[in-house]
Design a protein around this ligand. Structure first.
Ligand code: FAD
Ligand code: DLZ
Ligand code: SF4
Length: 510
């Protein structure tokens, strides 16, 4: 008999590990301490993963499969994936263990040892849920000086025939990002997010997580994520109907107490297998052809999935394991406590952290331009920042989290992903949100106790990293401005920066 292991983010009938499954095979799914605590995941994320796993196991059983499902509180539970595989291979006559390649390097490296440890054939099959295989990405990257997402994305558009008319992009342009930077107008009405019904399984898991993971970050209630494929499809439909038409216009906008904006909130479903990338892309493309959503919205949304999502996964597998240790800016300031408590006078940070704690979600621009931008200009330690992002979001797995954090926000990879650091002062947040009007600081004030910390931290970052970034042609303008700055002003920046870090109890240099 063959043993087929299904992980918590492999919840699709089309998994390569299930491709040739027959009735005599045994399917193993297990809730294990190893996966729930290698970082202390947000409670809501654990409820989501465990409940989705239990529902998927039920639907496999309904198809006549023999599923061995190990619950977290099962007294026999060894606590690790290997331990559970070994337990079953001891009990049954197993000829082969089959698993689809996991999404994280640490687990793949571990699984590669299993055959020797078990003295058994262990087959690790490729994960073909992605639209660009690891080898295909490596072939695209080979010989290129720069691995820019835009060129990768165009190839993916051509390969999959998405938004194409013959060889040309529909509308004549590949990318409509320039139309997608509208600040939020006053009185913008945001539709409610998708609310799934809570069933007995989710209820049980909620009790388990409340009891077993009380020291983990985040709130469980209200829990409204879908935990089945049907639910995830309903969430996708709701997005396409109600949000997609304005997705592009307000993609970068942030509003006080509006965590969901016009984003899709489907990342968690895509990443655990409840939705497939091509079906999300196809729904959006149909909405364009039906005249329901404009091209800037549909192209913008498709670019995130067909472009960014595939591209970051490609980078991850191309550059691991070295990528994880990269820290070219030498940043080493510890993560301030307010990333956990939201207890900060910076209203933008307070909003984004409190919403993250409540929802296990923040939208892209909050992750990038508020939380991420602060981490960059404050010089926070990449390892600690990566751990934080990996545990706080329901859609977080290392293959997607790490390149976004070490590459996109921190420039810790020295420019593998982006040609320059995405640093910005308070003016950007003031333009794209209404956060500043409820803040004790003023975005237009550059120095002194009333100044927005993003303003002086930005210049301190430029100054502090001069030896590493001055040679970057895309930073030339910044260094010209710095060179023209009066010594008095530079002194004020340093004084404000020192005072700020003292005030937040983080005066060790970054
Ligand atoms: P939408 O804004 O509606 O976008 C649609 C989909 O496009 C997303 O669901 C996602 O699948 C994909 N997508 C969009 N941007 C990216 C991107 N940069 N990289 C990969 N896929 C993308 N995404 C994750 O899935 N997991 C993470 O752990 C994660 N960590 C991030 C950390 C940082 C610092 C940053 C800047 C971005 C991160 N992202 C991550 C990317 C992006 O922010 C989320 O995918 C998105 O916010 C999820 O919300 P949504 O489903 O409403 O996305
Ligand atoms: C995220 C997660 C959690 C919280 N728990 C489990 C689990 O108990 N069992 C399991 O098989 N998978 C879980 N996962 C998903 C894994 O962490 C994921 O498969 C790896 O990180 C590889 O992407
Ligand atoms: Fe954030 Fe600065 Fe605006 Fe306050 S003033 S909300 S700290 S950008």
């Amino acid at each position: 008999m063959k043993l087929r292991l299904i992980l918590g983010d492999q919840l699709s009938f089309s998994m390569s590990s299930l491709a040739d499954a027959t009735k005599g095979d045994l399917i193993l799914m297990c809730e294990v301490r190893q996966e729930a605590t290698y970082v202390k995941h947000h409670k809501k994320k654990i409820v989501f993963v465990f409940s989705a796993m239990r529902h998927f196991a039920q639907s496999l059983a309904a198809r006549g499969m023999d599923v061995n499902y190990v619950r977290y509180d099962d007294p026999q539970n060894s606590g690790s994936l290997y331990g559970e595989v070994a337990r079953l291979t001891d009990q049954h006559d197993i000829s082969e263990v089959i698993v689809t390649s996991p999404g994280e390097y640490r687990l793949l490296a571990e699984m590669e040892q299993w055959a020797d440890a078990l003295n058994l054939l262990v087959t690790i099959r490729p994960d073909d849920r992605f639209l660009c295989g690891k080898d295909e990405f490596a072939a695209w990257a080979k010989g290129r000086k720069q691995l820019r997402m835009e060129y990768f994305y165009r190839e993916m558009r051509r390969k999959h025939g998405v938004l194409m008319r013959g060889d040309e992009p529909i509308g004549g342009q590949w990318n409509y990002d320039a139309d997608n930077r509208k600040p939020p107008p006053k009185g913008l009405e945001i539709p409610d997010p998708f609310f799934a019904d809570i069933d007995e399984i989710t209820h049980e898991v909620t009790t388990l997580v409340t009891e077993q993971f009380s020291d983990h970050f985040g709130e469980i209630e209200p829990f409204h994520f879908a935990v089945t494929r049907d639910g995830a499809l309903q969430a996708l439909d709701k997005f396409v109907d109600e949000r997609l038409p304005l997705f592009g216009d307000y993609q970068d906008a942030m509003i006080q107490d509006e965590p969901w904006m016009y984003h899709s909130h489907i990342g968690l479903y895509l990443n655990c297998g409840l939705l497939t990338p091509l079906e999300c892309i196809a729904r959006a493309e149909t909405a364009y052809h039906d005249g329901h959503a404009p091209l800037n919205a549909v192209e913008g949304f498709i670019r995130q999935i067909l472009g960014w999502r595939e591209y970051v996964r490609g980078i991850y597998w191309l550059k691991m394991p070295d990528y994880k240790a990269m820290n070219v800016l030498g940043a080493k300031r510890p993560l301030p406590d307010f990333y956990w408590t939201a207890d900060t006078h910076m209203n933008c940070m307070r909003q984004c952290i409190a919403e993250t704690r409540q929802n296990a979600y923040a939208h892209h621009i909050q992750r990038l331009m508020v939380l991420g931008n602060f981490a960059l200009i404050a010089g926070l330690d990449p390892e600690q920042v990566n751990d934080w992002y990996l545990l706080v979001y329901a859609d977080a797995y290392e293959w997607v989290e790490l390149p976004n954090v070490s590459g996109m926000i921190l420039f810790a990879d020295g420019g593998i992903m982006g040609s320059k650091p995405y640093a910005a002062s308070g003016a950007y947040i003031n333009k794209m949100s209404n956060y500043c009007s409820s803040c004790r600081y003023k975005p237009t004030v550059k120095n002194g106790p009333k100044a927005c910390p993003f303003n002086y931290l930005y210049w301190d970052f430029i100054d502090r990293n001069a030896s590493r970034l001055r040679g970057n042609p895309r930073m030339a303008f910044m260094y010209k401005s710095l060179d023209r700055m009066a010594e008095e002003k530079r002194h004020a920046i340093r004084t404000d920066t020192d005072r700020f870090f003292k005030e937040i109890g983080s005066d060790e240099k970054g």
